[in-house]
Design a protein. Structure first.
Ligand code: NCD
Length: 310
């Protein structure tokens, strides 16, 4: 299988990858899930750097785990314990990291930070989230999870619920879906959290039609996948606006009574919008989704960095 689409490439947005590229990634990830004992240490002479300027549990640790499983060493820039605290700029920080490592996974509160890093740096940059804009590896693992649990991505009915405005996970998921042919995509969010017009325009450009609906209960029995998000409190320009929308949606065991076979996904962390009583239902897919972060990120690192000549 050719690695050209991935080899040495920055991973800034899922929009930069074709459906065929994604299928290649999923095939490698599938192999890592199905045959864990035969994983080759394709990164054994590599160093992967993580640089997270925003909190992270799953993305940072699953990338580190993925790198270690492939034989790489991992170094971590903890911004609060680094010269970032002395006022060092992002470009200077990236220049340092690239001289110590072969690939940088980064997360930053500013939109476009990963793009800026990729312009400064010579090593591949993997965007682990830039503000409310992109989170490509999250969308890749989301689609992979759906493929594994539902057998396909095409032809399914989706509801994206919650903060479709500020959640980069929701936006990136929709961008990912635009590479496929879903039967229908409902967007369910309170008024202040609806999709940004520029994101809608991008989706329209890829012929991904979305339908805005008011109430999740109205579509729960009509969908195969519910993709939820946390309200992204930290991204609101006006704290009063957050106060207005907080607590405006919630999925519980009783909400899901009509959901039949719909799987419930959530990039996590959850902060009240997804009740703990859902965990025991067969619909709950979010822990499996989080687990799939490791094989998908292994596949990504393997395709970008594995076998690559220095
Ligand atoms: C998401 C993120 O950081 O965008 N978390 C994650 O990577 N799993 C979702 C969130 O913070 O709500």
């Amino acid at each position: 299988m050719s690695r050209d689409a991935w080899s040495g490439k920055d991973v800034l947005s899922i929009l930069d990858f074709s459906r065929q590229d994604l299928e290649q990634l999923f095939a490698v990830a599938d192999d890592f899930v199905e045959r864990p004992d035969s994983v080759e240490k394709s990164l054994s002479d590599r160093i992967v750097a993580t640089a997270f300027f925003e909190p992270s549990t799953r993305t940072r640790l699953s990338f580190s785990t993925a790198a270690i499983k492939l034989g790489a060493k991992v170094i971590d820039l903890s911004p609060e314990a680094s010269s970032v605290m002395k006022g060092e700029s992002l470009p200077d920080t990236i220049r340092m990291l690239e001289s110590y490592s072969d690939l940088i996974v980064m997360r930053h509160p500013s939109e476009g930070a990963a793009l800026l890093a990729s312009e400064v740096g010579r090593v591949p940059i993997v965007n682990g989230g830039d503000g409310s804009q992109h989170h490509p590896s999250q969308a890749m693992l989301d689609l992979f999870t759906i493929k594994r649990l539902k057998g396909r991505i095409d032809g399914l009915r989706y509801a994206v619920l919650g903060d479709v405005r500020y959640a980069r996970s929701a936006t990136s998921f929709l961008y990912g879906l635009s590479k496929y042919s879903p039967r229908v995509v409902y967007l369910v969010s309170p008024e202040g959290l609806r999709i940004k017009s520029e994101v809608k325009a991008t989706l329209d450009g890829f012929n991904l039609e979305t339908q805005q609906v008011e109430d999740i209960e109205k579509v729960l029995d009509k969908v195969d996948v519910v993709y939820m998000t946390r309200i992204q409190k930290e991204r609101f320009p006006d704290p009063n606006e957050y106060e207005r929308v907080k607590g405006s949606y919630k999925i519980t065991k009783s909400t899901l009574a009509n959901a039949k076979d719909a799987i419930v996904m959530h990039p996590l962390p959850r902060t009240g919008e997804l009740a703990y009583d859902v965990d025991s239902l067969p619909n709950a897919a979010y822990m499996e989704q989080a687990r799939m972060g490791v094989p998908v990120r292994m596949a990504l690192l393997h395709l970008v960095l594995g076998d690559r000549k220095r």
